[in-house]
Design a binder for this molecule. Structure first.
Ligand code: ASP
Length: 346
């Protein structure tokens, strides 16, 4: 299919290093979208129609939260029919969380939502922002040559040489230009001399339903990171945090944890109270196989839900999304173990 009109791409600028400048104390602080675009005159050469929305106050992504995610979702939803793809400029620190959250919140997404940023500000002499931005725009505009449909139909992070599924991504380096990695799912593409898409691994949503933006994210979630020597007092006080509905338990290896009775009893008691306990290993590669070792199996028997090979970022945002839908505990548990938008291997 030959489509001769210019690609239409909508850029959402949230802040992050890519658009930052130094203040009088030599600290990097967020700056505005026009500064960023002025530093990338090459954008004009792409010959795209570009629309944009910027956060009223661009942020360092360490301040990202579900209210901001809602603003991004709204910007995508309001412009969904008029644009071919979306590029989100975002700080790297919480980019993997935002990518994961958006993959759930943008239900029935069938257009590219490409998130990028940079390790150095775009105004610096040496920097990675220009190439990251231009590449993200090209990926957002890419179409399948045979069908004319968008090449990418999901939320993805484009950074340096790799395009990775958003809800499989993790920030792995605070200094390396290759800052993101998908440890449990192949990259969706590589960007070297050419941009090559990894066709068998791209999401092809089996739905004709219109985009259905979701805004309710329930943050009654706790993360409990295990380590040898963690005390009964700490575990019990964390699990007794008022108002929590779910705990992401960061376990060892293939989803293992101590078999001491006080620990198993504390989990069982929390689960009896209706708290969902989601098992996500501390390992970045591989995942939780609760039944493989006795240590894990005892947790499964206590009612702990397996997070399979989900990232922590995907697990925590998926919980917020499912709890935000007001589902029953049993339904939330069922969906946690179900692959909804490519976030886990069943
Ligand atoms: N602190 C910055 C942020 O996440 C880091 C970055 O953009 O790379 O906004």
């Amino acid at each position: 299919m030959n489509d001769t009109r210019k690609p239409r791409i909508f850029i959402i600028y949230t802040g992050g290093t890519i658009g930052m400048v130094e203040n009088a104390q030599n600290q990097l602080v967020p700056f505005d979208f026009n500064h960023l675009i002025d530093n990338v005159p090459k954008i004009g050469k792409l010959n795209y129609e570009i629309g944009n929305y910027q956060f009223p106050q661009p942020i360092d992504s360490s301040n990202m939260n579900p209210t901001y995610w809602g603003q991004i979702v709204k910007a995508v939803a309001d412009n969904y029919d008029n644009y071919d793809g979306f590029v989100i400029l975002h700080g790297t620190d919480t980019m993997a969380y935002t990518a994961s959250a958006l993959s759930f919140m943008l239900e029935n997404l069938r257009k590219p939502v490409i998130i990028t940023g940079s390790q150095l500000p775009i105004g610096s002499t040496r920097q990675d922002g220009t190439e990251n931005l231009i590449t993200a725009l090209e990926i957002a505009a890419a179409k399948c040559p045979e069908t004319g449909e968008p090449m990418i139909q999901e939320v993805a992070i484009s950074f340096e040489n790799y395009l990775v599924r958003g809800n499989r991504s993790t920030k792995k380096s605070s200094t390396n230009f290759r800052a993101f990695k998908s440890y449990n799912y192949p990259a969706l593409g590589t960007m070297d001399l050419h941009i090559d898409f990894n066709l068998p691994y791209l999401m092809r949503p089996q739905t004709d339903e219109p985009l259905s933006p979701q805004y309710n994210m329930d943050t009654s979630v706790l993360s409990l990171f295990l380590f040898p020597g963690i005390t009964e007092e700490v575990v019990k006080s964390q699990l007794a945090t008022p108002g929590i509905k779910a705990v992401v338990l960061r376990t060892f290896g293939a989803g293992n944890a101590p078999t001491e009775q006080w620990f198993l009893d504390a989990l069982a008691e929390a689960i009896k109270k209706g708290i969902i306990v989601l098992n996500i290993t501390q390992c970045v590669n591989g995942g939780d196989e609760q039944k493989r070792y006795r240590t894990g199996d005892l947790m499964a028997r206590a009612g702990v839900t397996s997070g399979s090979d989900m990232t922590f970022e995907a697990g925590v945002t998926k919980l917020m999304y499912l709890l935000g839908k007001g589902l029953s505990t049993e339904e939330v548990k069922k969906y946690l173990e179900t692959d909804m938008v490519g976030e886990l291997t069943e």
